[in-house]
Design a binder for this molecule. Structure first.
Ligand code: G1P
Length: 297
């Protein structure tokens, strides 16, 4: 019987430079797709996957994340006093509350890389493998982490990463890329992984997106990891080093992934959800008609 995944780590200390000036005062994890901040989608996914403890690796300048994530009893009371009961209930449902939920905030003071951020959660992680969720990879559809935990329990993989196939020329240099040794259904066996390789150096077209299940040994690998690409402690490098000893698998998830770390991805996610919303879909149709009309005239 494999050990269960009890902890999810959310690295949320990044500066969000790609979204400046929007992220000058607002953490990128609080940017909304329609009316829900990215961090909320990630928390909902972790909860649906049965995660017990959530560890947020944040930065002192990003205290708004904690204010969003945790329950705000005063705000709820104020809303109720104004007759907005439904809204108060909705907020309570989404928030984590100290009595019922196990949420921990820890700080990454220096931007030393994703690997370093995960290492910052070491003391707070419960025993056993840990999940890592990058909130700017929004995955809609069947909960990706839940699917992965199921596949992880059934496989012998030491580390498991969510993967999708990308075009070699334009995209391999944006992702961690797996060195695939065998493909079996939705599982890809791999013997390594390279961070953001040039197209000609990419070992495959299987890119890692922001969901990981990592064996406990990841913390030791990270503690001894030398800086890699961009001078940062790369999670990819530590996973690759452990791959021989631990084993490594890619998992082809079923949902639709949006790169909400980019403006284009944010817009695609917004359009995707708006098209499914009875209140917003007519706005899209109206806009599409307006765009077509001048050409038809
Ligand atoms: C990070 C990881 C990369 C992974 C990507 C997924 O890169 O370093 O290996 O493929 O997330 O979104 P970032 O996008 O933070 O530069």
């Amino acid at each position: 019987m494999r050990k269960t995944v009890r902890t999810a780590i959310f690295p949320v200390a990044g500066m969000g430079t790609r979204f400046l000036p929007a992220t000058k005062a607002t953490p990128k994890e609080l940017l909304p797709v329609i009316d829900t901040p990215l961090i909320q989608y990630a928390i909902d996914e972790a909860q649906a996957a049965g995660i017990e403890r959530m560890v947020f690796v944040s930065h002192p300048s990003k205290s708004a994340i904690e204010r969003h994530v945790m329950d705000d009893a005063k705000l709820r009371a104020d809303l109720r006093a104004r007759g907005k009961r439904d809204l108060a209930d909705e907020l309570q449902e989404a928030a984590l509350c100290p009595e019922a939920d196990d949420a921990v905030f820890t700080m990454q003071h220096e931007p030393l890389g994703l690997g370093h951020a995960v290492l910052c959660a070491r003391e707070q992680a419960l025993p056993g493998p840990v999940a890592v969720i990058l909130p700017d990879d929004l995955i809609l559809g069947k909960g990706c982490l839940g699917e992965m935990i199921e596949a992880y329990a059934a496989s012998q993989a030491g580390h498991m990463v969510a993967t999708m196939t990308v075009p070699r020329e334009e995209e391999t240099k944006k992702y961690g890329i797996l060195s695939v040794t065998e493909a079996r259904g939705r599982l890809l066996r791999a013997d390594g992984m390279v961070e953001k390789p040039d197209p000609e150096a990419a070992p495959s077209r299987e890119a890692v997106v922001g969901r990981y299940i990592l064996g406990e040994s990841i913390f030791e690998s990270l503690a001894t990891q030398e800086p890699g690409a961009g001078g940062e402690i790369q999670l990819t490098d530590a996973i690759a080093r452990g791959a021989q000893r631990e084993g490594l698998a890619g998992f082809r998830f079923s949902g639709t992934r949006f790169d909400c770390g980019s403006k284009a991805g944010m817009l695609q996610a917004t359009l995707h959800l708006a098209a499914q919303d009875p209140e917003l879909a007519p706005v899209l149709e109206e806009h599409a008609a307006m765009c077509v009309a001048p050409r038809a005239a």
